[in-house]
Design a protein around this ligand. Structure first.
Ligand code: ZN
Ligand code: ZN
Length: 173
């Protein structure tokens, strides 16, 4: 990746103080919106941007988060390792439990902070689980010399031998 790591926005922007909603009681809600450039969600997930509305609703069980976020993953093509920006739309509808029960996938912290980072990370990784490619027909890297077949050709294929004989060739060497 070319960007300097410190050009990313910290994932602190995903931490929302919902203390006022918790004390307002069930039935109250708060609408907000994200418009964040280059965001570091976690050590293994960088997003090009995050945009879209979020509604936080106080229920008896905690805070219901509903949102429709447009984002794009910044990563590497898994075949050729070139940088890719992969658009993802994330629809969120998730309860953040409060007070925190012993077992809950997501919960509001004791101090009234609701951290969207783990949820966003999970949703984005699900949406991109089919694998990130720079383009659908990415040719990948030569397993022999590492040349990027999208940009160049190499001569390895010329002295290719039948893979069924590869083991024999190794044996004879
Ligand atoms: Zn590629
Ligand atoms: Zn090669």
């Amino acid at each position: 990746m070319n960007e300097l790591p410190n050009s990313y926005v910290s994932n602190r922007v995903l931490k929302i103080n919902v203390g006022f909603l918790l004390s307002a009681g069930p039935g109250h809600s708060h609408d907000t919106a994200f418009d964040v450039p280059l965001l570091r969600v976690s050590d293994d997930l960088m997003l090009d941007f995050v945009r879209g509305p979020i509604r936080l609703s106080r229920t008896a069980a905690g805070i219901l988060v509903q949102g429709h976020l447009e984002t794009a993953i910044k990563s590497e093509c898994y075949r050729c390792l070139d940088p890719v920006t992969y658009p993802v739309t994330v629809r969120v509808e998730e309860l953040f439990a409060y007070p925190t029960p012993t077992v809950a996938e997501f919960s509001v912290h004791e101090d009234g902070i609701l951290d969207l980072a783990p949820l966003l990370r999970a949703e984005v990784l699900i949406a991109s689980s089919s694998g990130l490619l720079c383009r659908p027909d990415c040719k990948g890297l030569c397993p022999n010399c590492g040349a990027n077949w999208n940009h160049t050709t190499c001569t390895c294929a010329m002295d290719d031998i039948d893979p069924r004989l590869a083991g024999l060739k190794k044996f004879l060497e």
